[in-house]
Design a protein around this ligand. Structure first.
Ligand code: KG4
Ligand code: ZN
Length: 349
């Protein structure tokens, strides 16, 4: 069954054609250049850009897959979590298509997409890895930081989540404090790599001692701010890489420590990672070293780089699964966006 999928949850306008978990085509228009100067996503700019691009992106995804609307079995769309006025653009397009071509509408949770993306395949069906349930999921993006027990298809338990800023948001804010732009994660990673990940400032590891699996990153951000202010303007340029590196170490080590706690609590050491922060090479190295301590420990990451970031292909995968289980809405349904949608809300369909 072939599914057309749309994601407009943040700053990427994306459409894909997916068969099962094989990605037949994927098209994406990134708005990063439009938001750079604001240091983050500017909502009304995002909506206008989505509106301008959505038709072209959907047409291109179908064209590249050599598929017509008449050959599609359902339309999957992200209905949350995300930016309300951005989500609305994708939902409107998907509901229009569903009505026009009398297709089932498949609401998909964006975070569910990130979780599934490690198991996406290319057109030829590679990689062939199966779903080794139960899995742990570590979702780290600009808006989310969550540890999940992924028990089976569409069945999850949230083990922990951030109490304030998301990991990516913390990195984005740190980048701004250090005088760089958005997105901050890649900048911080490059600076940290340049000085060999040295942890000169040893910022406090937030909630490190608490026994739960929740995160908190806002205090860390304040520590960085004080440190930046305390360093004299002349010394700052050469200290910037050390500040970035120390900040990245604090964020990544916190993620790893809480993941360890999740492994110890559940006995599951097979970890699927997703979301923009999960491309970070330092994080991956630390996580791989962590799971290697356990028999059967393994880190599953998306096989193709674009699948780490926001994309409609992952939405199509979940959409195809939901379609196969009848978890769809009728063609004439109205679907509302849910900006703070939880992973648990969407399991009932
Ligand atoms: O998943 P994503 O593309 O969008 C959502 O937030 O849903 O994630 C974007 C986040 C941003 O905060 C960005 O700074 C971060 O991912 N990011 C990184 C890296 N590349 C992007 N964080 C750490 N290291 C990276 N290389
Ligand atoms: Zn995302």
């Amino acid at each position: 069954m072939t599914v057309l999928a749309i994601d407009t949850s943040a700053d990427d306008t994306s459409a894909a054609v997916v068969a099962g978990r094989r990605i037949i085509s994927h098209v994406e228009y990134s708005q990063i250049s439009l938001h750079e100067k604001w240091g983050g996503i500017f909502p009304t700019v995002a909506r206008r850009a989505h509106e301008e691009r959505i038709d072209g992106v959907v047409d291109a995804a179908l064209r590249r897959a050599h598929v017509q609307f008449s050959e599609i079995s359902g339309v999957a769309v992200t209905y949350g979590p995300g930016l309300a006025i951005a989500l609305e653009v994708g939902i409107r397009k998907a509901t229009d298509i569903a009505r026009t071509y009398d297709l089932p509408l498949i609401p998909v949770n964006h975070m569910e997409g990130h979780l599934y993306s490690s198991f996406a395949q290319n057109r030829a069906g590679n990689p062939t890895r199966d779903y080794p349930f139960p899995l742990l999921g570590l979702l780290v993006s600009g808006g989310h930081t969550e540890l999940i027990l992924w028990k089976d298809h569409l069945v999850y338990e949230i083990l922990g989540e951030t109490q304030d800023d998301a990991a990516g948001e913390a990195l984005d804010k740190a980048s701004r404090m250090l005088g760089f732009g958005y997105p901050g994660g890649p900048v911080i990673e490059r600076l940290a790599h340049g000085v060999g990940h040295v942890d000169r400032y040893h910022f406090p590891r937030p909630m490190m001692r608490s026994n739960d699996m929740n995160f908190s990153f806002s205090g860390l951000k304040t520590s960085l701010l004080y440190k930046v202010r305390a360093i004299s303007a002349e010394a700052l340029p050469e200290e910037i890489s050390y500040l970035a590196s120390s900040f990245q170490e604090a964020v990544m080590q916190t993620l790893v420590k809480k993941t360890r706690r999740a492994i110890e609590t559940t006995g599951v050491a097979r970890l699927a990672i997703g979301g923009g922060v999960s491309v970070n090479r330092r994080l991956r190295a630390l996580l791989r070293a962590e799971v290697a301590r356990y028999p059967n420990g393994h880190v599953y990451a998306p096989a193709y780089p674009y699948l780490n970031f926001d994309n409609a292909a992952m939405i199509g995968m979940v959409g195809a699964l939901r379609l196969s289980r009848g978890l769809t809405l009728p063609a004439d349904a109205t679907l509302d966006r849910v900006p703070r949608l939880s992973l648990l809300q969407s399991t009932t369909g």
